[in-house]
Design a protein around this ligand. Structure first.
Ligand code: SF4
Length: 303
């Protein structure tokens, strides 16, 4: 049920942790390579504390281990944390995004509920123009090692959803059918296309297939403000992914609990205003992605 009572919004329902903002790719649609935030790994102390806190918040329904970095560069910690969360809170849906280049057969055994692989091109040329530093053959080999291992284990196929996504740009859009062809024959793998964006006008538009500012989603209450706590690798509670350079952090969770930072009066005032479709942060004012999700429609883990 969608929540409109400010008191009930004093706890986050979705958590996103960027354990690292280092990346092994240089995708032309992603502002990562112009981002001014320091590239780092979240400290062990903070990461462990956050995971323990999340386990103790009954309202949390989703945990995503992604941000502006490649989570498999930090795979040991990410896997251990997901394993711990699934042991203590099997009701939390866990997921992460990856560019797939570091997937292995072993990765197929991670107890996450969903893995989204961003594989951005159906041919070598389209892929490498889009992805920058990752080689098409290397990424394809890694993703296939992972998928082949899944095929051997029916319980993994049933439990973990794999979604292979192509972010479309004007450099790769014409290779969509070749992209789909790459994944034929794999069970329980969903594929899809998603248009690249201009990050609310903050990032260059030269890669765009269509003018992104022409795309309008529901202009209502932003679900990210209501439900999603995104924590950058330096410990700041972020406004949302659109604020990739962290110009509007709410505060740091290094010296305060996540709940305290999330429910701080200044933040709750912003959420209360958003409930009335009033937005005070400039980035939010011209945001065309104010989607009001209903948590009742969120995915739940397979039992
Ligand atoms: S309104 Fe847009 S910019 Fe503001 S928090 Fe929501 S998604 Fe982010």
């Amino acid at each position: 049920m969608n929540i409109t009572n400010i008191e009930e919004l004093k706890v986050p329902r979705k958590i996103q942790i960027e354990t690292t903002n280092h990346c092994n790719s240089k995708c032309n649609f992603c502002p990562h390579h112009v981002m001014k935030r320091k590239a780092e790994f979240m400290s062990d102390k903070l990461f462990t504390r956050l995971i323990n806190e999340i386990i103790d918040i009954p309202e949390v329904k989703v945990l995503e281990m992604s941000g502006f970095g490649e989570p498999l560069l930090d795979r040991h910690r990410v896997f251990e944390a997901i394993k711990k969360v699934k042991e203590k809170r099997p009701d939390i849906f866990t997921l992460f995004y990856t560019n797939g280049a570091l997937l292995t057969a072993e990765t197929a055994h991670i107890p996450a509920d969903k893995i989204t692989i961003s594989f951005n091109g159906g041919t070598k040329e389209a892929y490498e123009t889009t992805m920058g530093t990752v080689k098409f053959e290397d990424a394809l080999r890694s993703v296939k090692l992972f998928l082949d291992e899944r095929q051997k284990h029916p319980e993994i196929l049933k439990r973990i959803n794999v979604y292979i996504l192509m972010i479309t740009t004007k450099y790769n859009a014409l290779t969509a059918s070749q992209f789909q062809e790459l994944w034929k024959g794999y069970t329980n793998v969903t594929t899809g296309l998603c248009q690249s964006r201009d990050w609310l006008g903050q990032y260059k538009k030269s890669h765009l297939l269509l003018p992104y500012d022409k795309i309008q989603y529901t202009h209502g209450v932003c679900h990210r403000l209501k439900y999603l706590a995104e924590i950058w690798s330096n410990g700041d509670l972020a406004l949302c992914c659109h604020d990739y350079d962290n110009k509007h952090p709410f505060s740091s969770v290094i010296d305060s609990s996540l709940i305290d930072v999330w429910s701080a009066p200044k933040r709750m005032k912003i959420v209360g205003d958003a409930l009335k479709c009033k937005y005070t942060i400039p980035l939010c004012q011209h945001c065309n992605l104010k989607i009001d999700e209903d948590p009742a429609n969120w995915p739940v883990p397979v039992k």
